[in-house]
Design a binder for this molecule. Structure first.
Ligand SMILES: [Mg+2]
Length: 238
């Protein structure tokens, strides 16, 4: 490794914890398609569509939450066997779309390189299950992360703090010393509940301002100093 790559820079976060869907890759488009496909299968119509508010409510949430929302929208009783069939359809279709490759979110690929070059440990912290995450990691690159935590590997997914707390634990750093990068209100809530500072790069829905978060239009041009500034702004309350 290049000498400058491991130089400690004062004020940098102990680690950067990246959300996946909508933050690093535009996989929410794949979920758009698979969730509507599930709804159409449930109601038996090729033209049914998911209401925008219902789709927005699934953003950044767990698979179980998304399934519950689609069943509710379809007006179909969530019998366990049918939910399991629906879960399989959703995962299979999303997996197909992910293996075809999805677009990077603007600046995400270079942000990963920047964090790595600065010697800051990175984690992938996603509500998506391990099976689909592994498919996405073929594109994103496992080597970008010291650890990866998936939604099916913790007791409670986001908006609970569990995935973020688990990532910090695996990295051996306090969550409060980390910057989380998130795109959705659900993900931001999880990161904040874990005590992390949050860099918010909204994707599908707007995220309101808050004391532990700094909003940024995208990850384009993100520098290590920007990450230090995020922590500083939150601590200073500015
Ligand atoms: Mg997300």
């Amino acid at each position: 490794m290049h000498e400058s790559a491991v130089r400690a820079v004062p004020g940098l976060p102990a680690a950067v914890l990246f959300d996946m869907d909508g933050t690093l890759i535009d996989s929410e488009k794949a979920w758009d398609e698979s969730l509507v496909g599930l709804l159409r299968w449930l109601v038996g119509s090729d033209t049914a569509d998911l209401a925008p508010e219902a789709r927005a409510a699934t953003l950044g949430g767990s698979l179980a939450t998304s399934l519950a929302i689609v069943f509710r929208e379809a007006g179909v009783e969530p019998e366990p066997e049918l939910v399991e069939q629906g879960r399989r359809r959703l995962v299979d279709r999303t997996g197909e779309l992910l293996t075809q490759g999805v677009a990077w979110r603007p600046g995400a690929q270079s942000a990963l390189r920047t964090v790595r070059a600065a010697g800051i440990p990175a984690a992938l912290v996603t509500n998506t299950g391990r099976y689909l995450t592994e498919m996405a990691l073929q594109q994103i690159g496992r080597s970008n992360f010291a650890v990866t935590v998936c939604g099916d590997e913790v007791p409670r997914g986001k908006p609970a703090p569990d995935p973020y707390l688990r990532a910090a634990e695996l990295l051996g750093v306090p969550a409060g010393e980390c910057v989380a990068v998130e795109d959705s209100p659900t993900g931001v809530a999880a990161a904040e509940a874990a005590g992390a500072t949050v860099l918010v790069v909204p994707c599908e829905v707007a995220v309101p301002a808050g004391p532990r978060r700094v909003l940024r239009e995208s990850l384009v041009g993100l520098t290590p100093d920007d990450l230090a500034a995020v922590m500083h702004r939150v601590r200073a309350g500015v």
